[in-house]
Design a protein around this ligand. Structure first.
Ligand code: SAH
Length: 255
C-alpha cells in the first residue's frame, strides 16, 4: 500500500466513487464566494469557464452569486450529466452548460471568457502549464481563480513530502506559486488558504459512508479495496500534517 500513488488507480473506479458525492475536492461555498469577491465588473454579459468542474458544486455557487453565463467542463461524462441535471433542477440551465472535454485542449475561442475558474483540478495538467495555456482564452483584464495544493512551510516531514510529490510532482510553496502566476502574465490579485473544514467536513467526512458502501458493492475487488485504503491514508495524513500543506485559492488578472 505504502508505494501506491493516485495515478495507479483506474479513472473509472475513481469517478464511480466520487460522482456520488457532492464535491470531488476540498472547498466550500463560503470560500468560492470569498474568491468571487475579488473579481471586478461582473455583469449579465460575463462569461465564465469552470474547468475540472466535477458534478458542479462550485459551478452552482458561481451561478447563484453572479448573472454570468457559465460553461463547465470536465473529462468525466458522468459528472457532466449530474451537473446538467442539477442546473435544470435549480432552473439555471439557461446560464449553465456542462460539456465533456479536457482542460488541456479547450474547445473555446481566444479571448472568449472574462473569468476562468478551477477548483481542485489544475494539478491534473500542471499549475504552470494550465495558467500559461488558459490565458489566451481570457479577455484582457480577465481573471483566473484556481485552488491548488500548496506547501505552507519551507520544510516538511519526509512522509508527507513523499506522499504529495508522488501525486503532484510540482507542488510548491505559496510564494513560489504566486511568482509562477506573475511570470505567466497575470497580476496576482489575491491568495488565501482554504480553512481545514473544507477538507475535514466537506471532503473527508462525506467519503466515510461512501467508502463503506463502495467496499460492499465491490467486495473482493482488490483494486477497489486499495483505492479506499489510499483515501483513508490521505485523510489520516491530513489530520497529522495539515499544518504543512493545504489548498490555496490563487486569483490573478490577465495583463
Ligand atoms: N471542481 C470540483 C471537482 C474537483 S476533482 C470540486 O472541487 O468539487 C477534479 C476534477 O478534474 C474531476 O472531476 C476530474 O474528472 C477532472 N479532470 C481531471 N483531469 C481533467 C482534464 N484533463 N480535463 C478536464 N477535467 C479533468
Amino acid at each position: 500500500m505504502e508505494d501506491i500513488t493516485i495515478h495507479e488507480f483506474d479513472v473509472a473506479l475513481i469517478n464511480e466513487f466520487f460522482t456520488e458525492l457532492e464535491r470531488q475536492g476540498p472547498g466550500s461555498a463560503e470560500e468560492t464566494v470569498r474568491a468571487l469577491s475579488f473579481i471586478d465588473n461582473l455583469s449579465n454579459t460575463t462569461k465564465i469557464a469552470d474547468l475540472g468542474c466535477g458534478t458542479g458544486f462550485q459551478t452552482m455557487v458561481l451561478a447563484q452569486h453572479t448573472k454570468a453565463a457559465i460553461t463547465a467542463l470536465d473529462l468525466c461524462p458522468g459528472s457532466i450529466e449530474k451537473l446538467n441535471a442539477k442546473a435544470a433542477k435549480l432552473d439555471l440551465q439557461k446560464r449553465v452548460n456542462g460539456i465533456v472535454g479536457s482542460m488541456d485542449n479547450l474547445p473555446f475561442q481566444d479571448e472568449e471568457f472574462d473569468l476562468i475558474w478551477s477548483e481542485g483540478a489544475i494539478a491534473n495538467i500542471g499549475f504552470e502549464r494550465g495558467l500559461n495555456y488558459w490565458k489566451r482564452f481570457l479577455k484582457k483584464d480577465g481573471y483566473v481563480a484556481v485552488t491548488y495544493e500548496s506547501w505552507f512551510t519551507n520544510e516538511r516531514p519526509a512522509e508527507i513530502e513523499k506522499w504529495w510529490l508522488d501525486a503532484v510532482p510540482e507542488m510548491d510553496t505559496i510564494g513560489h506559486n504566486i511568482s509562477i502566476m506573475q511570470n505567466a502574465g497575470y497580476i496576482p490579485v489575491a491568495a488565501f488558504t482554504l480553512p481545514e473544514e473544507c477538507w475535514i467536513d466537506n471532503y473527508f467526512a462525506p467519503q466515510k459512508a461512501r467508502q463503506e458502501e463502495f467496499l460492499k458493492q465491490h467486495a473482493g475487488n482488490k483494486a477497489a479495496e486499495d483505492m479506499i485504503a489510499f483515501m483513508r491514508r490521505e485523510a489520516d495524513l491530513y489530520s497529522r500534517y495539515k499544518q504543512y500543506y493545504g489548498y490555496v485559492f490563487y486569483i490573478g488578472k490577465k495583463i
